[in-house]
Design a protein around this ligand. Structure first.
Ligand SMILES: [Zn+2]
Length: 240
């Protein structure tokens, strides 16, 4: 039986309800009693930002904190998540969000792709986290020597053409690279920050009420940052 058919069969015979109560019975009492979706973090935007700064300080100085990642935490958040930050960052394997901020399960709502750009699905994910989950902070974070940004700078300086969907993927980064082309200093590092800056500005001036309303009420902050692969430090260079 294929999965769709199996599902229809389950629904017809009422097994779904039975399965649901079985699942509930299998959960420990703390998880059973939790009210889904009603809970939100009680952190303010400033507290959320400070929590990230403290976590990164611990990580970069090798004072690793005890992560909230065990069975107890898993059960605590099984029915409802209460993340305190939407993190928009790069897919780069060296930029592991929870690790470099010393966070555990259920704390960061992550939008991740090569070059940390925000397309429609990214924006929808951000709006969902803010509007439905009550997240008070959006952090857009690039990183040193980002391959996607290097690719965009190569388009600008060498007219490089990339195959498949890679070219389209880095297109949103090209205006950032162009904006710092004649700036002097390290072209790639300047482009990394310009790329973050453009996304930050776009989110801060979003016309969508999902972001605009909490921003005006000071219930939401959008912050830009860059992570150093060498030091492990996050530089929060645009706090708004
Ligand atoms: Zn990258």
């Amino acid at each position: 039986m294929d999965r769709a058919l199996h599902r229809r069969h389950l629904m017809r015979c009422g097994c779904v309800a039975a399965l649901s109560s079985f699942a509930a019975a299998a959960l420990p009492p703390t998880a059973r009693g939790a009210a889904p979706s009603a809970r939100k973090t009680d952190m303010t935007p400033d507290q959320a930002l400070q929590t990230l700064k403290d976590g990164n300080q611990s990580f970069s100085t090798d004072h690793l904190t005890h992560l909230r990642e065990g069975r107890e935490r898993r059960i605590e958040i099984a029915l409802a998540q209460t993340p305190f930050c939407v993190l928009v960052t790069c897919s780069d394997s060296r930029v592991s969000p929870e690790i470099l901020f010393g966070r555990g399960l259920g704390e960061l709502f992550i939008v991740r792709n090569a070059g940390n750009t925000v397309d429609t699905t990214g924006l929808g994910s951000i709006e969902y986290a803010v509007a439905q989950l009550g997240v008070p902070l959006i952090l857009v974070m690039g990183h040193s020597r980002c391959g996607a940004v290097i690719a965009a700078t190569d388009v600008v300086t060498k007219n490089t053409v990339y195959p498949g969907a890679i070219g389209q993927m880095i297109e949103p980064i090209i205006p950032a690279a162009l904006s710092v082309k004649d700036m002097g200093g390290d072209f790639v590092e300047n482009a990394v920050r310009a790329n973050v800056e453009r996304t930050v500005q776009r989110l801060r001036h979003a016309s969508e009420p999902e972001l605009q309303v909490p921003l005006k009420q000071n219930k939401l902050r959008v912050v830009g940052a860059a992570y150093s692969l060498d030091t492990g430090n996050v530089d929060f260079f645009d706090e708004g």
